[in-house]
Ligand binder design. Structure first.
Ligand code: MF3
Ligand code: CO
Length: 250
């Protein structure tokens, strides 16, 4: 069942989203060679507490941390750790903020210092695919139009789209209906309606789309060890079009 949200509920989620966006803006300044994802984790946890919010991922299905920190060939659900980031790495920081019971979810991939030209292109293409997908998220379209926009663009740039993890509805819990795949056919899937709130979160690989699971049971990596990037926003469907609840206004 797809739960539609009231204007008031969306207002609450927008406040959570604004706080989440402000965390990402701080991370832009913080992430550089030598910093550890453990320091990022501690920063995020303290920042949320200071602003009266909590990290919804902590304790979710046994996950222990406020953030997921996925480095280089890690697709998602990397654990924060004490090993320093190095020049040329990329790191995806994903988090879900709970502010007064309202949730918002956003991931962003950061370059660490200078990255190679190919990796810079990976980041650019992945981010662009998210915004192309958001344009499709309007009343009357179908969920399949979102994935189709991502897949056709990403593949035309020579990269691949991860199939094993998808966007999702979000409301009183992190994962609700609808499922939002980042690949697929136009005109397929549920119709997009006013009041839906869901994430779009393409994970894009330089090489093959397939993943392998780490022995920790959480962290997914690319099968060929090539780099993977991800950008994620939480969006609300309004009469006027998609409203990005986690926008960072560059
Ligand atoms: N933020 C993630 C998403 O985009 C959810 C992470 S699940 C967790 O779907 F267990 F790692 F928290
Ligand atoms: Co997320």
């Amino acid at each position: 069942m797809i739960v539609l949200k009231s204007t008031r509920e969306i207002e609450g989620m927008k406040k959570a989203g604004e706080l989440l966006a402000s965390v990402h803006k701080e991370l832009r300044k913080l992430i550089k060679p030598g910093v550890t994802t453990w320091e990022i984790e501690e920063f995020v946890d303290a920042y949320l507490e200071k602003h009266g919010a909590t990290a919804e991922q902590k304790g979710y299905k046994g996950y222990k941390y406020a953030t997921c920190a996925s480095i280089n060939d890690e697709i998602c659900h990397g654990f924060p750790r004490k090993e320093p980031l190095r020049e040329g790495d990329i790191v995806t920081i994903d988090m879900v903020v709970n502010l007064n019971g309202s949730l918002a979810d956003s991931a962003w991939t950061y370059p660490v210092g200078e990255v190679s030209e190919q990796v810079a292109k990976l980041l650019e293409v992945t981010k662009t695919s998210l915004y192309l997908a958001i344009e499709q998220a309007k009343v009357g379209n179908r969920i399949g139009d979102i994935g189709h926009a991502i897949q056709t663009y990403v593949e035309s740039e020579g990269f691949s789209v991860v199939r094993d993890f998808i966007g999702h509805g979000i409301g009183s819990s992190i994962h609700e209906k609808p499922d939002v795949p980042h690949y697929g056919l136009p005109g397929k899937g549920p119709r997009i309606k006013e009041g839906m709130v869901f994430t779009i979160e393409p994970m894009v690989n330089i090489g093959a789309y397939q993943m392998k699971m780490d022995s920790n049971g959480w962290t997914a990596r690319t099968v060929d060890s090539k780099y993977s990037a991800q950008y994620e926003h939480t969006i609300a469907i309004t009469k006027e079009g998609p409203l990005i609840l986690t926008e960072q206004d560059e």
